[in-house]
Ligand binder design. Structure first.
Ligand code: P6P
Length: 335
């Protein structure tokens, strides 16, 4: 009988994996776990509580904010503010970063970057959405003021990253650099239980995820890759299957479990691609590499990119190593 340990037990058993193993990881992840439970409950009853629809304002991306976007952002910020380990937060939903400067934060070592509710355009039509988070050690010294450089670190500096997928079940998936593990929420008990130990991309993938509505705007290399995956080649299992939900967390989770590639290339409507380097690409890239996959902007490893601004966007090629390398080959040959 497989032992179903809770997320809390798992974190404590693996505390040694986290730098300064003085319980910081436990505290950080337990606040993310708590906020995830609150957001999960709000999402599950959104249709009944007048919390669907637009909040009537735009976020820094110029996108209509859904009421649940705002709610999720507030829940994570307030829950994380209650931790002494965190000195600041940057969120896809906020123009600038937030500094936590109460006394309890003065010796804090960590910062959190997050997309509190990714894929929120799907909320009103009951399609899976997710929360994405990254944890970094601050660069400024405890006691110094938190500054923008703390938030503009390359993704390879992440000490932890993960997501919560609010789907047919709610699963928290995270890594601290020692593999990827998934925990399914049992609402009857109110705990997350280890359900997906040591997740790895399968050796071969046959799923491609891209919004082909933007095909005419894609770089030639992507157009040729898409035509290649649609050719008949029984030995190679082509044509591959197209699966695209409009929710990165849902497409990523499925592709990591079943094998696949997710692409958000450049296009005239998104000259640098749509996905945000800090809040979507870096955490997913950390998870990808820890699960044996590959994640680049078509040419360069995502985790090595040096951010220059909080909301910068980059092209995103993410998934099975051999699938990403094939797409990169088309990009190289068609520059
Ligand atoms: P499009 C959601 O807004 C998101 O950031 C990802 O979750 C999703 O994969 C992508 O954008 C969808 O973008 O342009 O295809 O609707």
């Amino acid at each position: 009988m497989e032992r179903h340990i809770t997320l809390g037990e798992f974190i404590i058993e693996n505390q040694k994996d986290f730098p300064y193993a003085k319980g910081e990881l436990s505290a950080l992840l337990s606040s993310i776990r708590l906020a995830g439970k609150v957001v999960n409950q709000a999402i599950n009853k959104a249709g009944l509580s007048e919390i669907l629809g637009k909040a009537g304002n735009e976020n820094v991306q110029g996108e209509d904010q859904a009421k649940l976007d705002v709610m999720a952002n507030d829940v994570f910020i307030e829950t994380l503010r209650n931790r002494g380990e965190i000195c600041g937060i940057a969120s896809e939903e906020l123009e600038d970063y937030l500094i936590f400067d109460e006394d309890m934060h003065k010796d804090a070592k960590y910062i959190v970057l997050m997309d509190p509710l990714d894929g929120s355009s799907n909320i009103d039509v009951d399609i899976t959405v997710g929360t994405i988070f990254s944890i970094y050690r601050r660069i400024s010294k405890p006691g110094e003021s938190v500054n923008k450089e703390d938030f503009l670190q390359p993704g390879e500096n992440q000490v932890a990253a993960g997501y919560i997928i609010y789907g047919t079940s709610t699963i928290l998936v995270y890594t601290t650099g020692n593999g990827v593990n998934g925990f399914t929420f049992d609402p009857g008990i109110g705990s997350f239980f280890l359900s997906h130990p040591e997740i790895k991309f399968p050796d071969h993938g046959k799923i491609y995820s891209v919004n082909e509505g933007n095909y005419v705007h894609f770089p030639t290399g992507v157009k040729k890759y898409i035509k290649w995956v649609q050719e008949i080649d029984e030995k190679d299992g082509r044509p591959y299957t197209s699966r695209y939900t409009g929710s990165l967390v849902a497409d990523f989770h499925r592709n990591m479990l079943l094998g696949g590639i997710y692409l958000y290339p450049t296009g005239t409507t998104s000259p640098k691609g749509k996905l945000r380097l800090l809040y979507e690409c870096n955490p997913m890239a950390f998870l990808t590499e820890q699960a044996g996959g590959k994640c680049t902007d078509g040419f360069t490893r995502i985790l090595e990119l040096k951010p220059t601004e909080l909301h910068e966007r980059v092209p995103f090629f993410c998934g099975n190593k051999e699938m990403v390398e094939k797409a990169e080959e088309f990009m190289r040959d068609n520059q």
